[in-house]
Write a protein that binds this ligand. Structure first.
Ligand code: FES
Length: 135
């Protein structure tokens, strides 16, 4: 009696498939590690009392708040050129100590290069008494 394999699915292919499938848990572990880091970054928050935020702009080292007629905008104080921490100068401009860019704190736009992009807007939640900023 002759036995014919009538399938293209051989033992060798089955072993190769099993090998590839065994990598799936590693991919899952890698994905959860990357995802966990993202969640941690999103959860870095700062909470302020709304009554302590003045009209106009206020500099808070990691962020800048602009409050005008009740409307609030929050900007990062990281330079949009290469990410250095901006300082508030006496002339009410945000100055980058790394390469000299300057930003207008009223609008967030770049006044002097090499930075060209405006300051990054940050997400926040305004509740009854508090402003929660996601850094
Ligand atoms: Fe600010 Fe380069 S990092 S100007």
């Amino acid at each position: 009696m002759e036995v014919h394999e009538n399938s293209n699915f051989t033992r060798r292919k089955a072993i190769a498939l099993f090998g590839w499938l065994s990598l799936l848990p590693l991919a899952g572990i890698w994905y959860s590690m990357v995802n966990r880091k993202q969640v941690r970054e999103d959860q870095e928050i700062s909470k302020l009392l709304l009554k302590d935020i003045p009209e106009g702009f206020s500099y808070h080292h990691d962020y800048l708040i602009r409050r005008k007629s009740g409307a609030i905008e929050v900007y990062s104080t990281k330079c949009t050129h290469l990410g250095c921490q901006l300082k508030l100068a006496e002339n009410d401009r945000l100055i980058c100590p790394c390469h000299g860019s300057e930003f207008n704190p009223e609008k967030g736009n770049a006044l002097k290069g090499p930075a060209e992009k405006p300051l990054e807007k940050l997400n926040f939640i305004a509740e009854t008494d508090y402003l929660t900023i996601f850094l």
